[in-house]
Every structure is written in structure tokens, then in C-alpha cells.
Design a protein around this ligand. Sequence first.
Ligand code: 8YV
Length: 331
Amino acid sequence: MSKPAVLVARAVFPEAVARLAEHFEVEANPADDLWSKAELIRRLQGKVGVFTTGSERIDAEVLDACPQLRICANMAVGFNNFDVDAMTARGVLGTNAPDVLTETTADFGFALLMATARRITESEHFLRAGQWTKWSFDMFAGAEVHGSTLGILGMGRIGQGIARRGAHGFGMKVIYHNRSRLSPELEAECKATYVAKDELLRTADHLVLVLPYTPANHHSIGAAELALMKPTATLVNIARGGIVDDAALAQALKDRRIAAAGLDVFEGEPKVHPDLLAVPNVVLTPHIASSTITTRRAMADLAVDNLIAFLTTGQPRTPVNPQVLGRVRGQ
Ligand code: 8YV
């Protein structure tokens, strides 16, 4: 009997593709470039599963054009590339890759906070440009991190990881806002206090965004929110582009309405708003918060586990729409 066919939509670890090939006929994109939607649909013909990397848009058009597709397994904790309602309505399972990237991503969030507050990349550019000719008493004076107030918007697993680092490692006072409050036990463990969003914006010395992208969260931070922040505050976004209005942020940075920002994600990435490239008080990284080999392997392994487990036993490890189990297409 021929094996079911799956597609790997973008280049990933060869070992991940090899594991899939033990169970399935695999077609794998050898390139880092995303296929166009038309090409993705063409490649998906006859495939029951697809390994996605968080950027391939799986919507009603794709699902209707690929009636054999039963599972989309994301190598990412975020799954805003999936139209989950359209998938659920058509009996297509989505899976994501939570937990395995939590600590690594929290490490990076903290690194970006530190680099932003202490102006590490800005001062490095100055040095590399040969501009360091003398000492001055306030040269690249930054913002205190230890003992300051850390604000976290979005208190899922990664947000909690950042809270722990801030509270336990740097003696920061941690405040957070989230759709729902943490349990008293988790609040105590993270030493975090729940506050309203406005209070978070007004009070935080360093504000870290870790909320998932949903239409409701689009431009959660825009001109009005930036206006509430302290002029000395810093903003870090390791969540998703689109949560921040990048044009409004660039203007606020230019006008020094906030002190600095650290951004790993951008609206329309890999394109970056030209005004962000033009201001000095921003640290910019190319969406690498989860990028260590150990963690990226674990993310790929989890996506592979989900494909194998679901297509062989019907029991995925980390479904995002578990309500479709039992009524997935073709079952
Ligand atoms: C990924 C991410 O690197 O997991 C996520 O949601 O944003 C990143 O860890 C990216 O989506 C590609 O897999």
C-alpha cells in the first residue's frame, strides 16, 4: 500500500524530513523562500498533511483547493498563519509547537530588553564607526534594569518566563496585563501583579509584548498607547508584527516620546518600516527569539511528532483546534 503524502513547505532540518519519510511520501521545499499561494496549492495536491513554519497562510481558499489535506503542523507556537475557523469548519486539524521554545524565547526577550535599555547596539555602531575618541560622563547613559518596573502585556508561558527572569534575577517589580489573570500560585511564583492595561502602560519602565496576534490585538500598541508611556520607558516586542503600529512607534522614537525600543518582529516582515531603520534608539533583530539549534530542533521535532501521531493514531500532541478530532476530513 502506498504511503500517505505530506508536504514540507520550507527548508528545515534534514533529520526532520528523514523522520517524516519513514512514514510518508514526502515532498520538501529545499528553499527558505515561501512558495506563493498558487504554488503552495499546487504542491499540496494529494497531500494529507503539511509541515508549515509559521508564515504559510492556510485559509479557506487553500483548504477548498486541497480537499485531501487533513493536518497542518506549525513549527511555531504562534499560529496566526492559520485561519483556524476555516480549518475547523472544514474538519482540518492545526497543531502548533508550544512549550519547547518558552525558556529560549524568554532568554531572548530579556536580552533584547537589556540591549535596548543599556543601548548596546547603538553604542557598538558608534564604536565601529570610529567615533569613540574620548570618555564623557553621560556617554550612552541608559535606563536602569535592576530594581525597575517590568511590565508584561500577554502573560502566557513566555511572559511568565520573562517575569521570573525580571523578578528573581534582577529584582524588578513585575506588573502584567492579560486577557485573564494568572492563578494566585503562578502570580506568586512570578512575583507578578495584575494591573489594567492603561496602568501597565503608564507605570512600566520596560514594557515587553508577548501576546498572540489576533485581529483583536491588531495595533494594541499605537500612538495613543505610546503617549501613555513614560518618556524614559522602553518597549520590547517579541510577539508578532501587527501588534505594534510600527509607523506610530517610529514617530514616538523619533520624537523621544519613549526612550527606546527592541523589536524582533515587524508588520509585513521581512520588510521593516523604513522609519524604524532611520531612528538610532531602536534595536532590530530578524525574528530570531526562538533561534538556538536545540530549540529549533525541538520545535521541528514537535511538528513532526504531530504529523506522525495524528496521521498514524489520530492523536496529535499539541492541537490548536482539538474540537475537530473525531471529525477530521477523511476519517
Ligand atoms: C518562529 C515564532 O521562529 O514560534 C513562533 O511563534 O514566532 C518563532 O519562534 C517562527 O514562527 C518560525 O517558525
